[in-house]
Design a protein around this ligand. Structure first.
Ligand code: KG4
Ligand code: ZN
Length: 355
């Protein structure tokens, strides 16, 4: 029997098993992360090894350095995830790995590592879409959350409004025409001379600033629920350069607060518009996902919007917003239950889309 045939049969058997434990690996960008997840909902362990120190010097992720660092770290991180879960590889039912989107070399490191492990251990492997992973982080924080719901996915590479119609079924309702929200935060941070990664630094600095200090333009978009952040970013850069030319010391906290307010206002306004157009309030409610969902202002604004509309708001715990292995293990569970297992030809898909 081929490896794939054996995996399919095993996946079929697992549908009737009370507890299914998945060991997952995430290596799409600059975190080497592994986790053990039970039934897609319960975290038995979650280990994140961040490469920030390695990339800080360059002001951003250096793909070649990221791949090498993943290669060095992945077996250690996987071992630690098993140890912290108090489990042996033999007790694991299936393996999962991020197949895309992300940096090709970084993804390939994880995909190859898990293909080798899955083949050697004779266990099914699930290839996971990283963005689906971010959405699934909500299943870990909110055990009662079930599709359908609406989700605002905001990360370093994505600003999407999606309808999660069912596990694994998504409808794209809005997307960014240019930069993603995280990307915009990172660029604004660089202009202010803040170190990489910029998003969390802008967020922290903004807490001490006046969000009304600078007026930034409202983005214009073609699609009703689409986003655009490049104009906002340019206006911000021009504001900063204008102040520098005058020789004024930069009021960094006010600048950060004004920029954060403008980005979050835009993100929430479109979500609010979508909710007002839908009679079903999006099903179960509204969820946030992705690195930018850790943003304090965005969380506050989403809370206010959902309270005002009388709908439930779901947000991952802060440490599950940014890249981690637990979210990959959660997404993999629902794919595995539908028999979606990977062949040994599984490849990295750097430009993989959610829909
Ligand atoms: O989801 P993520 O960890 O990786 C991708 O899949 O892209 O998102 C990383 C992005 C970065 O752009 C980072 O600056 C941003 O999320 N980010 C934040 C915050 N925490 C992370 N942006 C704003 N405020 C934060 N607190
Ligand atoms: Zn991510």
């Amino acid at each position: 029997m081929s490896y794939l045939e054996a995996s399919r049969r095993r996946a079929e058997e697992l549908r009737n098993q009370e507890k299914v434990r998945i060991l997952s690996l995430e290596t799409s960008c600059d975190e080497t992360a592994a986790a053990v997840i039970e039934n897609g909902r319960r975290i038995l362990s979650n280990v994140v090894f961040s490469q920030i120190d390695l990339h800080e010097l360059y002001g951003g992720v250096v793909p070649e350095i990221a791949s090498r660092a993943h290669m060095e770290a992945c077996d250690r991180v996987l071992d630690q995830a098993l140890r912290e879960a108090g489990m042996d590889l033999r007790e694991i039912d299936a393996l999962a790995v991020t197949k895309g989107p992300g940096l090709v070399g970084a993804l390939l490191t994880g995909v190859n590592c898990m293909k080798g492990l899955a083949f050697a251990a004779g266990k099914p492997l699930v290839g996971v879409n990283h963005i689906e992973g971010h959405v699934s982080a909500n299943y870990l924080t909110h055990p009662d959350l079930e599709p359908p719901f609406l989700c605002l996915v905001v990360s370093g590479g994505h600003s999407h409004l999606v309808e999660v119609a069912d596990y694994g079924t998504y409808r794209l309702l809005g997307q960014t025409a240019d930069d993603a929200a995280g990307e915009a935060f990172d660029k604004a941070a660089r202009v202010l001379g803040l170190p990489y990664p910029g998003g969390p630094r802008i967020d922290a600095l903004a807490e001490e600033g006046n969000p009304e200090a600078f007026t930034l333009p409202r983005p214009k978009t073609e699609g009703k629920y689409d986003y655009s952040f490049s104009g906002l970013k340019t206006a911000f850069i021009n504001t900063v350069h204008g102040l520098e030319q005058k020789g004024t010391p930069l009021p960094k906290a006010d600048l950060a607060a004004s920029f954060r307010r403008a980005v979050c206002r835009e993100l929430i306004d479109k979500a609010d518009l979508l909710l007002s157009d839908r009679k079903d309030s999006g099903g179960t409610g509204m969820a946030l996902a992705g690195g930018v969902s850790a943003n304090r202002e965005l969380r506050r604004m989403a809370e206010e919007m959902c309270r005002r509309r009388g709908i439930r708001l779901f947000m991952p715990e802060i440490h599950l917003c940014t890249d981690n292995g637990a979210m990959i293990g959660s997404a993999a569970y629902y794919r595995l239950m539908r028999g979606e297992v990977a062949a040994l030809s599984l490849n990295a898909e750097p430009a993989l889309r959610l829909v």
